[in-house]
Design a protein around this ligand. Sequence first.
Ligand SMILES: [Zn+2]
Ligand SMILES: [Zn+2]
Length: 293
Amino acid sequence: MYIDNRNRKWFKGNLHTHTNRSDGRLSPEESVALYREHGYDFMALTDHWKLSGNAVHENGMLLLSGCEYDFGQNVRDGIFHIVAVGCGTEPALTRQNTPKEAIDEIHRCGGVANLAHPCWSMNTLDQLMPLADDVDFTEIFNSVSDLPRNCRPYSGDIVDKLAARGVYWGIAATDDTHWYGDTDTCRSFIWVNAEECTREAILDAIRAKNYYASQGPRMEVTFDGKKLRVTCLPEDHITSVMYYTDWVWENHRGDVGTDLTGSEYEFTPKDSVARVEITDAEGRRAWSQVYHI
Ligand SMILES: [Zn+2]
Ligand SMILES: [Zn+2]
């Protein structure tokens, strides 16, 4: 958790984690201990087709219930991995359900639904548009989909194409931890702005998109309907602040430098959406939500 200069609390969490209850390497107990040691305030254990419970661990970690449901057998027809977070009761689902039915059921059970790793799944716009009004958030970065065992960790391209069509899902980053190696552990997470670290407060903040995705860098993004303003911290050693919009001819795409502390982007009459990515000197990134007029 950190407290920003406006005295707001930001809690750190990973909402996509596997354990040896499915195909993860560590036990739930070992996983929770590891993430707690690395300063996480909350997490969800999301084993495949095995729901975990809501709880507060004795080490202080808030555990949100979780489960990853997968639908579809091939890229052509669509592969959909839907991660349920925070359900109060168990969703009644089988592989015969559709992704839309799964999300409706997750909502009925009081949880939020993550359309996981769309780039890894090679999801197309045609496959995702029918879920436009249903998904709560998606993963702009999924650590386990990165090297050394995988590729396609970054889903910014599909996020931007959805946004250009008026679909503004929440933007999260997760580890999708399986191997507990260097690149899929305690790497990609969300900072959630809430008064307290409870299930209700974290879920409310996620529904309100009161959070951003990060691998370390912190930022404050404000939007007044015309300008996006980004504030960064000198100790985070930010080297670039880049703006992603749907007006592809724009020449001011961002700022590059050393120890950047601020930047702004004014929407052109042609822009309808914009979001921000910042990068630090170590190559770690943070990603804002999508802002739109
Ligand atoms: Zn998955
Ligand atoms: Zn997973």
